[in-house]
Ligand binder design. Structure first.
Ligand code: OGA
Ligand code: MN
Length: 198
């Protein structure tokens, strides 16, 4: 399926249930390129924190991943940034979401690490509108753990296997979610489209 057709499916899903999981979103070459880049830049990852600015702190009992933020003028990320920018424009055109920018990072979860249940909005700031996660792992199996558990409502959740090429998109203020303990190193690219603060 073309990337334009996939983007239309994502827009429809956000307008409907507010979330979608698309296996094989990333073409094989794009997946390989991103995996390679993450491995070349391995030494630049830093422990992820929780909370913003002065309240920011590393708390591994909440989240144990290490992240590497992506700059929007990163030449080696040009194709990936372009894919995200195409999707952003479509969501603005069709859903009037007023998405002003994308912030995103690679995230590496070492064996045994997790991210406790949370919402992707900081208590004092609600400019994150849409969450996008792309997985960069080879042959992920159920026994490898590390599923993304999304709480759809009080009774229901889904578990997403973080297999390479799979994309997850959801409305940031609607769905609590967590990363279950990973039994293998787990790599992803995670981002948020934000609107401007009022
Ligand atoms: C996050 C997050 C989910 C995932 O970074 O906020 O929830 O599956 N990531 O990596
Ligand atoms: Mn999250």
């Amino acid at each position: 399926m073309s990337s334009a057709a996939l983007n239309e499916i994502i827009a429809d899903a956000l307008a409907g249930p507010g979330w979608i999981v698309l296996p094989n979103f990333l073409p094989a070459e794009a997946l390989a390129e991103l995996q390679n880049l993450a491995s070349v830049r391995q030494a630049q990852f830093v422990a992820a924190g929780v909370g913003r600015e002065a309240a920011h702190q590393v708390r591994q009992e909440i989240r144990g991943d290490a992240v590497l933020w992506v700059e929007n003028d990163d030449a080696e990320m040009a194709a990936a940034n372009q894919r995200m920018s195409d999707l952003q424009q479509l969501l603005n055109r069709e859903l009037y979401l007023g998405l002003a920018e994308l912030e995103w990072h690679f995230a590496r979860y070492p064996i045994g690490s997790f991210y406790r249940r949370h919402l992707d909005q900081h208590r004092d700031q609600d400019t994150r509108v849409v969450t996008i996660v792309q997985y960069l792992n080879h042959n992920w199996g159920e026994a490898d753990g590390g599923q993304l558990r999304i709480y759809l409502d009080a009774e229901n959740h889904i578990d997403v296997t973080p297999h390479g090429g799979t994309l997850v998109v959801f409305l940031s203020n609607r769905f609590e979610h967590e990363v279950l303990p990973a039994q293998r190193e787990r790599l992803s690219l995670t981002g948020w489209y934000r609107r401007r603060a009022n």
